[in-house]
Design a protein around this ligand. Structure first.
Ligand code: NAP
Ligand code: HSE
Length: 316
């Protein structure tokens, strides 16, 4: 039996879901994968906060308790944001811990430096959860589609924006719909990242980096912040639905990245994506079109992607 000891940074929507999932799936993983998972310490900001953790003695407010613990094999980062998360991940990599992260802002900002540090330390960084929550699009591009040339990627990459637009179809204002998305744990700590299209753009950059051997030449990002119920209703009267669409296409000498609100005809596969669901349509030269869809945000779907990365590291 292989033992994998996990130091968990953050115990909010994603980290809390991860703790529950390790408990729920532990016996199956032992039997199926021959891996004994244990969470050794958990970093939080406020150790007194009410949370569903069986063993509160695992909680600490000192990152070094988690990262510097020599029994720790994998550091799972679910803190979010860039500054503190980058410092924690740098420290973990320097101590030769594998890292699994759900943090697309971190990868979009400091990914190059962190992957170089991981290579120097001979450890891996897993980031399936950073794009599309529970939808395994990173794995699809890294493994399943590695033999093909990718021509384009088009998708709904932000669950909060999609949830908001779907609720606005039912008559809620943007502010009311956003409040519901925040209550359900879909939104970023700073929800302007969701509404501005920046969160989708960060994910699109990660996918483009995996899919294309050419650099982004142009990036255009426009969010849903100014969309009104009247806009949604106007689209509906014309047989269309508004969706925030992220698209990466090859252009001469590189790749063009766009995030914008589009009025899609009802027969577009992305028009049928509702609530916090995400979908990605990938076109490959050999395979043609592939569509992956599912829950792109939320506690348990995202935790499942984090746990899959931990298992992949355990199997390597
Ligand atoms: P969250 O609910 O706000 O949880 C953040 C956790 O990190 C909390 O437990 C918080 O402690 C802790 N924390 C934050 N800053 C800290 C610091 N400086 N030092 C110590 N602990 C700190 O966030 P989340 O929604 O789980 O998101 C986490 C990451 O996953 C983000 O990068 C996000 O983009 C990504 N993600 C989220 C989702 C989703 O559906 N929510 C899906 C995919 C990816 P306290 O509990 O004490 O406040
Ligand atoms: N805030 C993000 C979203 C979380 O709504 O898609 C998942 O990455």
């Amino acid at each position: 039996m292989k033992r994998v000891r996990i130091g968990l940074l953050g115990c909010g929507t994603v980290g809390g879901g991860f703790v529950q999932l390790v408990e729920r799936e532990g016996a199956r993983i032992r039997a199926r994968h021959g891996v004994e998972l244990s969470i050794t310490r958990i970093l939080v900001r406020d150790a007194a906060k009410e949370r569903a953790i069986a063993d509160r003695a695992l909680l600490t407010t000192a990152a070094t308790d988690v990262i510097d613990d020599d029994t720790c094999d994998v550091v799972v980062e679910t803190v979010g944001g860039v500054h503190a998360a980058a410092a924690f991940v740098r420290r973990a990599l320097a101590r030769r811990r594998h890292v699994v992260t759900a943090n697309k802002a971190l990868l979009a900002t400091a990914g190059g430096e962190l992957f170089a540090a991981a290579a120097r330390s001979g450890v891996a960084i897993g980031f399936e959860a950073s794009v599309c929550g529970g939808v395994p699009v990173v794995g699809a591009l890294r493994r399943g589609l590695a033999g093909d040339s990718i021509e384009s990627i088009r998708g709904i990459l932000n669950g909060t924006s999609n949830y908001v637009l779907t609720r606005m179809e039912a008559g809620l204002s943007l502010a009311e719909a956003l409040a519901c998305a925040q209550e359900r744990g879909f939104a970023e700590a700073d929800p302007s990242l969701d509404l501005s299209g920046e969160d989708a753009a960060q994910k699109l950059r990660i996918l483009a980096e995996l899919a294309f051997d050419a650099p982004p030449r142009r990036t255009r990002v426009d969010g849903i912040a100014s969309i009104t119920v009247a806009d949604v209703e106007h689209a509906r009267r014309n047989g269309r639905v508004l969706r925030q669409v992220a698209e990466a296409t090859r252009v001469h000498g590189g790749v063009e990245l766009t995030v914008e609100t589009r009025a899609l005809p009802a027969n577009d596969p992305l028009a049928r994506v509702v609530d916090e669901q995400n979908a990605v349509v990938i076109r490959g030269r050999a395979v043609g079109e592939i569509c992956l869809s599912g829950r792109g945000a939320g506690s348990m779907p995202t935790a499942a992607a984090v746990l899959a990365d931990v298992l992949e590291i355990a199997a390597a």
